[in-house]
Design a protein around this ligand. Structure first.
Ligand SMILES: Nc1ncnc2c1ncn2[C@@H]1O[C@H](COP(=O)(O)OP(=O)(O)OP(=O)(O)O)[C@@H](O)[C@H]1O
Ligand SMILES: [Mg+2]
Length: 347
């Protein structure tokens, strides 16, 4: 059997899956490979649905949106997809390492992120999970928005599973807790909160108790960034404050955020209404509540990744030995994709 990818090391683990640095054997190139957790996979109702979700991401072509390369099922049935390997840091790590990040650098990053989000919104798509760990910056300062597309399944998992996998949706917009429909304004909130944290160098909501957290998100909301940093220009304080407004109608569009950052001036046009768009990809039927299938690390109440965890020591790519006990194929050995039906084109 051909081995298409070889795992080199674990890069991190989140609510949806585990990300590895891997080598695509035939092209001799490094990629990032994400293997879905079993519970997330269960909520997908099969490989076909998974591929359909990944196709939506793969169809996007934007310099600040992660490029999806491939997706399939491993020998033991775990779903995975591969994407460009970003050599850099996610914004949570950047904030932890370099706080206080200079305002000019934050503005340059925010313009790129807003451009990526505007690109999605132009296509009636939502990201749904914009947060510091889903935004990476490479060594040249280029920003990449990660994890687009499959996140609605993740969100559903977070909200419906009782047991180990209940996280804290710290980056969810207030209107979602009130049961209001999904709309682009939720992504603008995630954008604002992400850049609030990058400017502040700390979490906007350190509260660990879920009920208290929701009360704060819906009540007083995000602390004014001007109270955390006094060196920011007024237009930037105004922009970030508007993005994280509790009322979605007060938030600018992603395009307005981008223009404001590029022009270094306040948002000029009227804010958009928070009403849902006519047709928003993926806002349809909810997947069934997921089941936690295997013991894993405890969830992080911070709502962040459970962290990169212990990494394998760096070294040359290695072929992993076959699993002895279960008789099942090694989950890290990936077999080539076999078409299972007619090719599907995106609407
Ligand atoms: N394409 C990539 N290139 C390089 N590193 C990546 C890539 N994708 C993810 N990572 C790293 O792996 C870590 C884990 O990513 P993952 O998406 O699994 O977790 P998360 O973003 O914290 O949580 P979530 O499941 O909610 O998205 C990230 O924080 C990032 O550091
Ligand atoms: Mg992620």
């Amino acid at each position: 059997m051909t081995t298409r990818y070889m795992i080199v090391e674990e890069l991190g683990e989140g609510a949806m899956g585990t990300v590895y640095r891997a080598v695509q054997v035939d092209l001799k190139r490094e990629v990032a490979l994400k293997v879905l957790h079993q519970d997330v996979q269960s909520s997908l109702n099969g490989l076909h649905r998974f591929k359909r979700e990944v196709e939506a991401c793969a169809a996007l072509n934007h310099p600040n949106i992660i490029r999806i390369l491939d997706c399939d099922e491993m020998a033991d049935g775990c779903f995975y997809y591969t994407m460009d390997l970003i050599r850099g840091l996610d914004l949570a790590s950047l904030a932890a390492r370099e706080a206080p990040v200079p305002a000019d650098r934050v503005v340059a990053l925010m313009a790129q992120a807003a451009d990526a989000v505007a690109h999605l919104h132009d296509r009636s798509m939502l990201h749904r999970d914009i947060k510091p760990r889903n935004v990476m910056v490479d060594d040249a300062g280029r920003l990449t928005l990660m994890d687009f597309g499959l996140v609605k399944l993740h969100e559903r998992t977070v909200l419906t599973v009782t047991g180990q996998r209940v996280g804290t949706p710290k980056y969810m917009a207030p209107e979602l807790f009130r049961g209001e429909p999904d709309a682009p304004a939720r992504d603008v909130y995630g954008l604002g909160l992400t850049f609030w944290e990058l400017l502040a160098g700390r979490l906007a909501f350190p509260e660990r108790d879920m009920q208290k957290l929701v009360t704060i998100i819906l009540g007083r909301g995000v602390e004014p960034i001007s109270g955390v940093r006094s060196d920011l220009p007024a237009w930037l304080v105004d922009l970030v404050t508007r993005c994280v407004a509790i009322d979605p109608r007060q938030r600018p569009t992603a395009l307005q955020v981008k223009e404001s950052c590029l022009g270094r001036r306040p948002v000029t046009q009227a804010p958009v209404a928070g009403a849902p768009r006519r047709s928003t990809r993926g806002a349809g039927a909810a997947p069934a509540a997921a089941v936690v299938a295997a013991p894993r690390r405890p969830p992080s109440p911070s709502g962040r990744s459970t962290g990169p965890g212990p990494r394998s020591p760096p070294g040359p790519p290695r072929r992993l030995p076959p699993r002895q006990s279960s008789g099942r194929p090694d989950r890290r050995t990936i077999r080539p994709w076999r078409p299972r039906g007619p090719t599907r084109t995106l609407p």
